[in-house]
Design a protein around this ligand. Structure first.
Ligand code: ADP
Length: 457
């Protein structure tokens, strides 16, 4: 493999602060072999036994939240307070999985006259878990916990942008689980590619659509099972009768949070013509006042982008839009007084679907606004995308909002709010945003295969 070491760069300074050795093919093979050997015993434990061990991991995430929070901020630039919050929430995620597993993994005893069928939910085997950098503990947790609780063993490859955070996650799980149940490999695309083509049974992946498609192809040869979460291009629809202050404030925060590097951030806004000017003015104020800085700066609302490459992509999308007739209301540039990969919070208007920024994932601190005439036009444009992850609709007429929501081709839709939903429901994308889902009873069952044993009474 070409890349021998990952250079761990602090995006707030642009400086390399650590070098992490990439796993070799031999090491990856060994990790898979260890996972395979450990799987039988791990899968044979009772759910209560596995739950107890995972609960011990949950406690450690709370205990370690400041240390892991620092790693996250140093590696990918997220605000420290959010990084600590994310790590704390991992404990909640693990505990929710433990609870849901009681239903998800229960053996069902079915009977029809004197015919009995036992329906068992058995582990699939060895699962590769490959994750991105934008939520570097919560994304891994959302795949590791269901895979493990269901009795699978795991080979975990964190993103090459956050190798030390990945190692910290591995250390906690590995401290409490039997040897070989979780295994860590480090590296970028070559390591990921080697891993998905190795002797594993399942791939659970969160990342880009492009890599998701590579994974699905690779899975074909041995019919490896898949769970894929592949990002989105979430629309926000603001109707003439919306609460304009609330909608504008949501537009700003949901577009800029985590520097826009959120798979369910607002990526494109369709605002109806009667309120478009007023809405845009409010959004412009919000964007101009949005404070950015180092992740440890307590007054900052967002940090830098994760990498030079990421920033370049975002700035190119903005430039392309402006070159093709869009209006740059504010931002769009690189702040002069800062090192690292900062970008000014940006508002672009006068957009339409000829602009790349309305079609391709931006993943940056940009609010993108297009004016529309009718509700139907807004829905049509919202659905004019290969993605279908989240969406929001803003109108004081809740009934109409819910009716329109049913026409939106997305997995998670909020009416006058973000996509936050009742706990126990899955995180789910449709169309090319995903294949399978995360969380919930059904989500856990994806990491199992049903098997039946039948006999006469
Ligand atoms: P992002 O740009 O958001 O990190 P990617 O899809 O590029 O999204 O990366 C997500 C994860 O997939 C990372 O851990 C990355 O190393 C891994 N990855 C990248 N290319 C491949 C590949 N060809 N096969 C398997 N994993 C890959």
């Amino acid at each position: 493999m070409k890349l021998k070491y990952i250079s761990d760069i602090n995006p707030a300074t642009g400086k390399v602060f650590a070098k992490i050795k990439c796993s070799t093919p031999k090491e990856i093979d060994r990790a898979v072999k260890k996972a395979r050997e450990a799987q039988k015993n791990w899968g044979a434990l009772s759910l209560a036994q596995r739950s107890r061990l995972l609960e011990a991991c949950a406690k450690d995430f709370v205990r370690e939240k400041e240390n892991i929070g620092r790693l996250i901020t140093n590696e990918m630039g997220k605000l420290y307070k959010n990084a600590v919050g994310e790590t704390h929430a991992v404990a909640y995620g693990i505990r929710e999985t433990i609870q849901q597993a009681k239903t998800a993994l229960k053996t069902e005893m079915l009977q029809e006259e004197n015919l009995v069928t036992e329906l068992h939910r058995t582990p699939i085997g060895v699962c590769a878990v490959i994750t991105p950098w934008n939520f570097p503990v919560s994304m891994p947790e959302s795949l590791l916990s269901p895979a493990l609780i269901a009795g699978n063993t795991v080979v975990f490859k964190p993103s090459e942008m956050v190798p030390l955070t990945g190692k910290a996650i591995y250390d906690i799980f590995n401290k409490h689980l039997p040897p070989g149940v979780i295994n860590l490999v480090q590296g970028a695309d070559e390591v990921g590619s080697y891993l998905i083509n190795s002797n594993i049974d399942m791939i659970a992946f969160v990342g880009s659509q492009a890599v998701g498609k590579i994974i699905m192809k690779a899975a074909g040869d041995k019919l490896k099972r898949l769970v894929l979460e592949l990002g989105g291009k979430d629309p926000m629809i603001v109707l003439n009768d919306a609460d304009i202050d609330k909608a504008a404030s949501f537009a700003v925060n949901a577009s800029l949070r985590n520097s826009g590097q959120v798979c369910v951030s607002v990526e494109r806004i369709y605002v109806q013509d009667k309120i478009a000017d007023k809405f845009t003015k409010l959004v412009a104020e919000g964007v101009k006042n949005y404070r950015y800085g180092d992740g440890y700066d307590e007054s900052a609302q967002m940090g830098p982008l994760v990498s030079e490459r990421q920033r370049k992509n975002v700035i190119e999308q903005v430039k392309d839009a402006v070159k093709n007739g869009a209006k740059l209301v504010t931002g769009g540039g690189i702040p002069k007084n800062k090192k690292g990969y900062f970008m000014e919070p940006t508002l672009v208007t006068n957009l339409n679907h000829k602009h790349k920024i309305m079609r391709e994932e931006t993943f940056g601190p940009v609010v993108a606004v297009q004016k529309v005439k009718t509700e139907d036009e807004a829905v049509k444009l919202a659905n004019d995308s290969p993605f279908g992850l989240g969406a929001t609709i803003w109108t004081k007429n809740k009934k109409k909002g819910v009716e329109l929501a049913r026409k939106i081709e997305s997995g998670m839709i909020g009416v006058n709010q973000g996509i936050g939903s009742v706990s126990g429901t899955p995180w789910v994308g449709i169309k090319q945003s995903g294949f399978g889902f995360i969380g919930s009873v059904e989500g856990i069952r994806q990491f199992t295969v049903p098997r039946k044993i039948s006999y006469r009474k």
